[in-house]
Design a protein around this ligand. Structure first.
Ligand code: HEM
Length: 139
């Protein structure tokens, strides 16, 4: 095959590859989630070994939850204003990309957060019907 044909073929393959991959690889999900889980595990181990207090462990993750929520929600609302009302607030970053990345980080941290409070949710969901029944009986 001539060199020019090979180059054209390589270009076409790369273009097809890029076209096929773009929608799937636009956002970094697996790497970000893995880093978050690894960092959380490290923080959890340090707290269990008594190297950091439970307060410090929770404070770090609560602050990260607040930060990722703020970035995700603020960019989400800016995108919404642009799409719905044509109000354009320009920032020197890819707002959709960072909205989604902050959303992913927030979602992963929210899972940790829900796991801390699992007991609360268990009793909230398990005890409520009992209370309702008791209330009805009392009437
Ligand atoms: C905090 C509240 C949130 C608000 C107000 C919000 C708002 C928005 C808006 C306005 C868009 C653009 C829709 C469009 O292009 O038509 C969007 C897209 C998107 N959001 Fe959110 N969002 C929120 C939370 C999240 C969370 C937690 C995630 C989780 C990862 C997330 C993931 C996405 C994704 C994947 C898209 C589509 C991106 C694309 O089209 O390439 N959002 N969001």
């Amino acid at each position: 095959m001539a060199k020019r044909q090979l180059t054209a073929l390589a270009t076409a393959v790369l273009a097809a590859d890029a076209a096929a991959q773009t929608p799937l690889t636009r956002y970094d999900f697996v790497n970000l989630a893995t880093v978050m889980i690894a960092a959380y595990s490290l923080s959890f181990i340090l707290y269990r070994q008594g190297k950091i207090t439970v307060r410090a462990h929770r404070r770090v993750w609560n602050i990260l939850l607040l930060f990722t929520f703020t970035v995700c929600a603020a960019l989400g609302v800016l995108l919404l204003l642009r799409i719905n009302y044509g109000i354009v607030v320009s920032l020197p970053l890819d707002m959709l990309y960072w909205h989604v990345e902050a959303g992913i980080a927030m979602t992963v941290i929210s899972v940790f957060h829900i796991l801390w409070h699992l007991q609360y949710f268990k009793s909230a969901f398990m005890k409520a019907p009992e209370k309702i029944t008791k209330g009805r009986k009392g009437r």
